[in-house]
Design a protein around this ligand. Structure first.
Ligand code: MV4
Length: 451
């Protein structure tokens, strides 16, 4: 087992990782920026080092700052959490060169999944369904030819992109020429790689993702799917598992396809395969997220598998403690991300001091958060206050428990997304479970019509 783990992150996920390490008896090293000196992760870790100013490019994203602390503190592993350096293959490679275990896949696996056009090719070779698409496209003619074949709309995507960044939908020949140039120059600017590929565009799919875990010996399990269709500009707001749109057979097929995807790149650790599900039940691999995700907790609630604990165990070289037949998904779980944002003002971030704070609790209620009364939410990072996760024997019980827990949650001093969450949880369409990624747009349209 590891001697000491550096947690290269902040906020609730640092707290989540430090808790898992404490349970395993592993000392931890927190790193923090000047804006985070009063953060909970600093208090909970065995040791803490300031790594620079508030600006994350000079602190949480600074590889030299983090590697210096790793050497100084004598850690043998680094947990990157999500965001920040978590999907940087170059960082994973530097850890490998310094004999420090990056808690995640190898830099090589990350590179193979990080290049989306290449990942598509790998999936096709391994019988994982992907949306009809192209390799790298060089001129508008190629795209127009492809669109003739599959019919408009099509979508251009940066091969180095992901998570909704660097995408452009084209609905006719005229749009192709302009969008291709825009997409290529944006890709060059944002990712340092101008390469773009093209896919048939699916209108209003559901966003489904499958959690997998693999060890260093080629053993894999999948832990069912999460439905993340309630999102706004690629920011997920509410997630649930199981998906109301996935049946037992589809769950097994998607799970097995996810494991084939992982095996194809010799993936180790926890990861998530993202799929789109269309209205006739067809589903397609989109991309793989090579990190622990914000919404992993709902999967923990229905599987009773501690995903972060398993992540640390397999990274340290232990064999996976579960076989697929040991996995027994039970009940339903929903997560609401509670953000310091004003839903009445276009979800504008509202950093500031939390003057009063009371968390909900009770059977089937979990709050993962790093805040406390008097805590000042800094303006430099994401505005998440915490995650509220509710479990129930079925979807309706989980939903009603979420409603009560949201009602109990008191946050004074900053605006939050709690009033918005309450409205969605009680929404008639949300109640049916029959919706897709256009849910929020439709929700606001329906609200306007009622006025
Ligand atoms: C798509 C798509 C439809 N057709 N690709 C967004 C995140 C990234 N992982 C992939 N994404 C999408 N890719 C094809 N060929 C729809 C999405 C998508 C989406 C697009 C617009 C608005 C919200 C969305 C939510 C999930 C997925």
């Amino acid at each position: 087992m590891f001697r000491k783990v550096l947690v290269a992150n902040r906020g609730e996920i640092s707290v989540r990782i430090i808790r898992a390490c404490r349970e395993l008896g592993i000392p931890t090293v927190a790193v923090y920026s000047e804006a985070d000196a009063n953060s909970l992760h600093v208090r909970l870790a065995t040791d803490a080092y300031c790594i620079g100013p508030a600006d994350s490019s000079k602190s949480y994203l600074s590889i030299p700052a983090i590697m210096s602390v790793a050497e100084l503190a004598g850690v043998d592993a680094i947990h990157p959490g999500y965001g920040f350096l978590s999907e940087r293959a170059d960082f994973a490679a530097i850890c490998e060169q310094h004999n420090i275990k990056f808690i995640g896949p190898s830099s090589q696996s990350m590179r193979k999944m990080g290049d989306k056009a290449n990942a598509r090719k790998t999936m096709i070779e391994n019988d994982v369904p992907v949306i009809p698409g192209t390799g790298i496209v060089h001129d508008a003619k190629e795209v127009i030819k492809f669109a003739k074949k599959v019919k408009y709309p099509v979508i251009l995507k940066a091969t180095a992109g992901g998570g909704g960044k660097g995408m452009r939908v084209c609905r006719n020949d005229d749009e192709v020429a302009t969008n291709l140039q825009l997409c290529q120059s944006e890709a060059e600017k944002s990712f340092g790689n101008p390469d773009v590929y093209c896919e048939k565009y699916l209108e209003n799919p559901r966003h489904i993702e499958v959690q997998i875990i693999g060890d260093q010996y080629g053993n894999y399990i999948y832990l069912g799917e999460r439905d993340c269709s309630v999102q706004r500009r690629h920011q997920k707001l509410i997630e649930e598992t199981p998906s109301p749109a996935v049946d037992e057979r589809t769950r097994r097929k998607m799970g097995e396809a996810s494991i084939r995807a992982a095996k194809a790149v010799k993936y180790e650790g926890v990861g998530t395969c993202e799929f789109l599900l269309d209205s006739d039940g067809k589903w397609y691999f989109m991309e793989m997220n090579t990190r622990v995700q914000v919404e992993h907790c709902i999967t923990e609630m229905i599987s009773r598998v501690d995903i972060v604990r398993q992540q640390i165990l397999v990274a340290s070289g232990e064999k996976l403690q579960y076989k697929q037949k040991d996995i027994n998904l039970q009940g339903h779980a929903i997560e609401c991300r509670i953000n310091a944002e004003n839903p009445e003002k276009n979800f504008m971030p509202c950093p500031g001091t939390i003057e009063g704070y009371v968390q909900p609790g009770g059977f089937g209620v979990r709050v993962d958060s790093h805040v406390y009364p008097g805590y000042k939410i800094p303006p430099y990072y994401d505005s998440m206050i915490g995650k509220l996760i509710c479990w129930g024997e079925n979807r309706n019980q989980a939903r009603r428990r979420m409603y009560q827990a949201l009602k109990e949650y008191v946050v004074i001093g900053v605006e939050t997304t709690i009033p918005f969450d309450l409205e969605v949880i009680e929404d008639e369409v949300f109640k049916t479970g029959d919706f897709n990624t256009s849910f929020l747009e439709d929700f606001y349209r329906r609200k306007e019509n009622k006025k």
